[in-house]
Design a protein around this ligand. Structure first.
Ligand SMILES: *[C@@H]1O[C@H](CO)[C@@H](O)[C@H](O)[C@H]1NC(C)=O
Ligand SMILES: *[C@@H]1O[C@H](CO)[C@@H](O)[C@H](O)[C@H]1NC(C)=O
Ligand SMILES: *[C@@H]1O[C@H](CO)[C@@H](O)[C@H](O)[C@H]1NC(C)=O
Length: 460
C-alpha cells in the first residue's frame, strides 16, 4: 500500500542528519518518554507570585502558559521556539491586566465579558497565534481516507477542518522547518467507511492503518521522532477516534488529539487534547440555523428529542417522557412538530450524551439561542480552555436527571436573561463559515491546538 513512498523515504533518509532531540514538557505530567530532562529544564507555567490562570477550569493543574523559568537552561531554542517564548511572555502580560479594558484594538471583535475565563489572555493569545502559528500538512496518504473527510452529517466537523487545512490558505506552511505543528491528515470516518466490514474481523484495520501511517511519517521525516509526536495533531469526530489512536502509544499519550468524543474515561486529556464540537450539518449549510426568538417568545421550559442511545438518555426518557408539560422529552417527535421550532421556542435545550459524550445538540442549542443543559459524565465541552461554560450553560449531573425541572425553575429570570445574552455572544465561536472568518469555529479550534502547542517545548 505504501510502496509509492519508499523511494522518497530512502532519499530523505540519506539526506537527513540523525537528530536526537528531547522534548521538555512543562508541569504537565506526560508519559515517561516526554519527561526526559524534565528536572534540568522546566517550562514553568506559573508566575511565582501570582495565581495561576486555570483557563481549563476543572483541570486544576493546567495553567495558561506564561514563561520559561529554567534556572540553568540546557536547551537552545530554535527560531521557532524563540517565537514561542515571546508569545508566552506577551500572553502572561495580558493575563495580568485582566481587569483593565483591552489594550488591543481589533477591527473585527474584542473578546470581553464573563463568557471568557480571561478575555485579555485569550485575545492576546489569539493575536500571537495569528502572527506565528504555522501548520505543516504531511503529503503522504491518498484520498479518500486521507486529505479528505465528510462535510455533511453528524461528523461534519471532521471533514470541514480537514478540507479547510488542506486548502492551505490559513495558518498552513509548505516549509516543515518553520512549522509549529504537524498535521496527520487522516479521516477516521472515511477509514471506517472503507475499511470496516460490519461483522467481519476488520475492526483493527482502522487502527493498523493509522499505525502504518505514523510509521511512514516517522521514517520519511525527522519531526515525529524529535518530539515523539508531541507537536503533531490528528482530528476526528467519529466515536472510534480515541480508540484508533491507541494503536500508536505516542499518538495516544503525547500528540494533540482533536476529538468529538472527549471522554475523560477513555483517555481524553484536556491538557493536550482538544475537544471538538459535533455539528450536525444536515445539508452541509448553516444558513437558517442561526438565531431565534427573544426570551418572551419561548413558552417551553426544557426540550429534548432523540433516540434512546446509551444509559444517560435512557434515564432521561424514563424520567421525563410524557411526564411533564414544562419538560418536553421525546424519543420521536409527534407528527407535524418541527425540531427546529422546538429549539427556538424553548428556554433550555437538554443535551444528554448518547453513545459518545459529545452531542450535536449543544451547538444546535447555541445556534437557536436556547440555553444548553449539558447532561454528561466525564465530558470536556469544546473551547473550555477559553470559555467559561458555567456562564452560559447549565450542567446537570447524571444523578440529578430527576431534578431537572427543579434545577431549571430555580434559575431566576434575570440570570436566564443574562445566559441568553451570553449564548448569543458565544455563537460566533461555533459558526462554521464556508470561508472561515476570524474568531469562528475554524479559528477557535486552531486556537485550541495553538494553546496545547504552547505547553510543549521542542529542543533542537
Ligand atoms: C525514527 O525512529 C524510528 C524508530 O526508532 C526509526 O525506525 C526511524 O528511522 C526514525 N526516523 C528517522 C527519520 O530517523
Ligand atoms: C498511555 O500512558 C499510560 C500511562 O503511562 C499507559 O498506561 C497507557 O498504556 C498508554 N496508552 C497507550 C495507548 O499506549
Ligand atoms: C465514556 O467512557 C467510559 C469508559 O469507556 C464509558 O463507560 C462511558 O459509557 C463513556 N461515556 C459515554 C457517554 O459514551
Amino acid at each position: 500500500m505504501w510502496s509509492f513512498l519508499w523511494d522518497r523515504f530512502a532519499t530523505i533518509l540519506v539526506l537527513l542528519p540523525l537528530l536526537f532531540i528531547t522534548v521538555i514538557v512543562s508541569t504537565l505530567s506526560f508519559s515517561s518518554p516526554l519527561t526526559l530532562e524534565k528536572k534540568s529544564s522546566v517550562l514553568s507555567l506559573t508566575v511565582s507570585d501570582q495565581q495561576p490562570l486555570n483557563l481549563l477550569g476543572e483541570v486544576e493543574d493546567f495553567s495558561f502558559p506564561k514563561q520559561l523559568e529554567a534556572p540553568t537552561p540546557v536547551y537552545s531554542p530554535t527560531m521557532v521556539e524563540a517565537r514561542l517564548v515571546q508569545a508566552r511572555e506577551a500572553i502572561k502580560e495580558a493575563a495580568r491586566n485582566r481587569d483593565s479594558t483591552s489594550i488591543l484594538e481589533d477591527p473585527d471583535y474584542v473578546p470581553q465579558g464573563p463568557i471568557y475565563r480571561n478575555a485579555h489572555a485569550f485575545h492576546r493569545s489569539y493575536w500571537e497565534m495569528e502572527k506565528v502559528f504555522k501548520i505543516y500538512v504531511y503529503k503522504e496518504g491518498e484520498r479518500p481516507m486521507f486529505h479528505n473527510g465528510p462535510c455533511k452529517s453528524i461528523y461534519s466537523t471532521e471533514g470541514r477542518l480537514i478540507h479547510e487545512i488542506e486548502k492551505g490558505r490559513l495558518f498552513v506552511t509548505e516549509d516543515p522547518e518553520e512549522a509549529l505543528v504537524y498535521f496527520l491528515p487522516f479521516s477516521v470516518v472515511m477509514m471506517v467507511q472503507y475499511l470496516y466490514i460490519p461483522g467481519a474481523k476488520e475492526y483493527h484495520a482502522v487502527g493498523n492503518t493509522v499505525a502504518d501511517y505514523i510509521n511512514i511519517i516517522s521514517q520519511n521525516h525527522p519531526f515525529w521522532n524529535r518530539s515523539l509526536g508531541a507537536d503533531h495533531f490528528m482530528l476526528s469526530c467519529h466515536d472510534w477516534g480515541p480508540h484508533t489512536t491507541s494503536y500508536v502509544p505516542n499518538l495516544f499519550n503525547s500528540s494533540i488529539r482533536v476529538l468529538c468524543n472527549a471522554n475523560i474515561s477513555e483517555g481524553f486529556n484536556p491538557k493536550k487534547d482538544v475537544s471538538l464540537p459535533e455539528i450536525h450539518l444536515r445539508s452541509g449549510e448553516i444558513t437558517g440555523l442561526l438565531g431565534g426568538p427573544s426570551p418572551s417568545k419561548r413558552p417551553i421550559l426544557a426540550f429534548f428529542a432523540g433516540r434512546l442511545h446509551g444509559h444517560i438518555r435512557y434515564l432521561l426518557l424514563e424520567q421525563w417522557k410524557d411526564k411533564d408539560h414544562d419538560v418536553q422529552v421525546y424519543d420521536s417527535l409527534p407528527e407535524g412538530v418541527s425540531y427546529e421550532t422546538m429549539l427556538k421556542t424553548s428556554r433550555y435545550c437538554l443535551c444528554p450524551s448518547g453513545y459518545e459524550v459529545a452531542s450535536p445538540r449543544v451547538v444546535e442549542a447555541i445556534y437557536s439561542e436556547c440555553i444548553p443543559v449539558l447532561i454528561s459524565d466525564g465530558y470536556i465541552p469544546p473551547l473550555s480552555d477559553v470559555l467559561d461554560w458555567k456562564k452560559f450553560s447549565v450542567q446537570v449531573e447524571v444523578k440529578d436527571i430527576g431534578n431537572i425541572k427543579k434545577i431549571l425553575m430555580s434559575i431566576s429570570q434575570s440570570q436566564y436573561l443574562r445566559m441568553h445574552r451570553r449564548v448569543k455572544q458565544v455563537q460566533r465561536h461555533f459558526v462554521v463559515n464556508p470561508s472561515p472568518r476570524r474568531f469562528d469555529f475554524f479559528h477557535m479550534i486552531v486556537h485550541s491546538i495553538w494553546l496545547r502547542r504552547l505547553n510543549v517545548q521542542i529542543q533542537g
